[in-house]
Design a protein around this ligand. Structure first.
Ligand code: NI
Length: 221
């Protein structure tokens, strides 16, 4: 700034420039905030924001046939539950925290539905088939709901159903005691009698929100 044309006009135009820049910055921040905070547009899902409930509007490729063994040792397939809504959770009996919480949510939600809840078959599919024998599952599932069925199988059978439901699971390295954990995705899936995914519940969805959504889906048929 060697020779400003005139101190008076230079000062006011600089002030104007600062005001314009500040206004632009505020406008940009506002636009950025709106873009960051709004839910993704054109997503196929619509639910209740913040509830952890995701209602699936169209067809998504989640789910499909499976062949497993239930906690009584009986071989079962998806056809064994024909005509039922399925409420499916993937977890394992040694899980220290998330699985018990989610299974408890399932149990409380189903209880709150009363007789209507009997149209829904709750399933726990093990992602730890090495330790989750039918016997171990039989000792575990009644704690959450009298109708909860535990399912396990060979490594291949479990891998196949996990893939169909896009479930990620992986053993963590065993500790000195030989004990290990299994990292896994933690969604509850509500499948319709037609095998179509109706709703997804994120971990932490309340039993009330889960029950409300199941009731709505049962009403829709
Ligand atoms: Ni778990």
């Amino acid at each position: 700034m060697s020779a400003p044309p005139s101190p008076a006009s230079g000062g006011s135009s600089r002030r104007l420039l600062i005001v314009v820049l500040a206004t632009l910055l505020v406008a940009l921040l506002a636009v950025a905030a709106v873009l960051l905070l709004r839910p993704a547009p054109s997503s196929p899902v619509a639910g209740e924001p913040g509830s952890g409930v995701v209602r699936i509007a169209g067809n998504v490729e989640i789910g499909g046939p499976f062949a497993l063994v239930d906690h009584t040792g009986r071989a079962v397939t998806d056809a064994s539950f024909a005509g039922k809504f399925l409420l499916i959770y993937f977890g394992f009996t040694h899980c220290p925290d998330v699985c018990p919480t989610e299974l408890q949510t399932i149990g409380v939600a189903l209880d709150s539905l009363g007789g209507a809840g009997e149209a829904v078959q709750p399933l726990l599919i093990s992602v730890d088939p090495a330790r989750d024998t039918p016997e171990n599952l039989a000792a575990y599932v009644p704690a959450f709901h009298p109708r909860l069925i535990g399912l396990t199988g060979s490594d291949e059978q479990v891998a196949a159903v996990a893939k169909a439901y896009r479930v990620y699971y992986a053993k963590t390295p065993a500790g000195p005691d030989g004990n290990y954990n299994v990292d896994h995705t933690s969604f509850v899936y509500l499948m319709g009698p037609d095998g179509r995914l109706r709703s997804l519940f994120r971990a932490g969805a309340s039993p009330e929100a889960v029950a409300r959504e199941i009731r709505a889906q049962l009403g829709a048929g």
